[in-house]
Design a binder for this molecule. Structure first.
Ligand code: FES
Length: 290
């Protein structure tokens, strides 16, 4: 009697699948140009077929259960495939996280003048109130600081915000839903987990981390820390084995390039890295895992 192999043992890993593709790409790379053009056209045709099939599949699964679709996308191969075909976009972090991320980018400059900034209120749909504190609050240049630094940073991270207003009191964040929380919450805040200390992240480089199955890379540009999903947008291979040079991270597998300061993909525009909300609490770096 022949014994059948359990399905799970037949499953290929992302690594073996990508290795196989790389092997054929290497062989084809040695063919003459005419042959390569034919292969390229064939690849495009097959990919178009797959994209159309996946589009229909998503539409149908979505109608039945969004939950099932979300859980399928958690799989790294499914995620990579859908990103490759541009059928999913990385989720946009919540507005408050993006505002805090924007404030993080201007904080080092304010702190060098013994100042700081805090988020006071989010007034949907388009207004944010902030407060300059410390020396910045009574500095004659504070209006300029607000305009040039804080306002610009918030509008860059949150294009839906068109008004940034400076107010003089309150240190609580409130939004239209009545939710309230401290803008400088500690690691005790629900959903935020301390991951690393700032010194562990090489300046201009990357630090790979894993928490609750979430694979991340952290990068640091001086005092600013950014978190990305550790997944290349080409074929979803991990990025932490890549090479970093002059602020550009190059994926080890097929050379996709990403600007670490922004996550922008230089090889395929529009395929930016997925940002994860991170923030600093003193020397510690926290990530949102909710
Ligand atoms: S997986 Fe191919 S370039 Fe990254």
């Amino acid at each position: 009697m022949t014994q059948s192999t359990p399905v799970s043992e037949n499953r290929k890993t992302l690594e073996t699948l990508v290795e196989e593709i790389s092997r054929y790409e290497h062989i084809i790379g040695q063919w003459d140009q005419n042959q390569q053009v034919v292969v390229e056209r064939l690849k495009e045709a097959v990919e178009e077929l797959h994209k159309e099939g996946l589009t229909r599949l998503i539409r149908s699964v979505k109608q039945e259960s969004m939950r099932a679709l979300r859980s399928a996308v958690e799989d790294e191969i499914v995620y990579g495939l859908l990103r490759y075909h541009q059928l999913i976009k990385p989720p946009t972090p919540p507005l408050e996280d993006r505002i805090q991320q924007a404030l993080e980018t201007v904080r080092p400059g304010l702190k060098s003048h013994n100042g700081d900034v805090e988020l006071v209120a989010i007034k949907l749909p388009d207004t944010v109130e902030v407060r300059l504190i410390g020396t910045c609050s009574n500095c004659p240049a504070s209006t300029l600081t607000m305009k040039q630094g804080v306002e610009q940073a918030i509008k860059t991270y949150c294009p839906e915000i068109t008004k940034v207003v400076s107010v003089n009191n309150s240190s609580k964040v409130t939004n239209n839903n009545g939710h309230s929380s401290s803008p400088f919450a500690s690691s005790q805040e629900i959903g935020w987990v301390a991951l690393a200390s700032i010194d562990e992240i090489p300046n201009g480089g990357i630090l790979p981390l894993e928490i609750e199955g979430l694979k991340l890379i952290l990068t640091r540009q001086d005092e600013q820390v950014i978190g990305y999903r550790n997944s290349c947008n080409h074929l979803a291979m991990p990025l932490d084995t890549g090479k970093v040079e002059d602020g550009i991270l190059t994926c080890l597998y097929h050379g996709f390039k990403y600007r670490l300061a922004t996550g922008e993909c230089l090889t395929a525009p529009g395929m930016s890295l997925e940002v994860y909300p991170v923030k600093r609490s003193g020397d510690r770096v926290l990530v949102r895992v909710s």
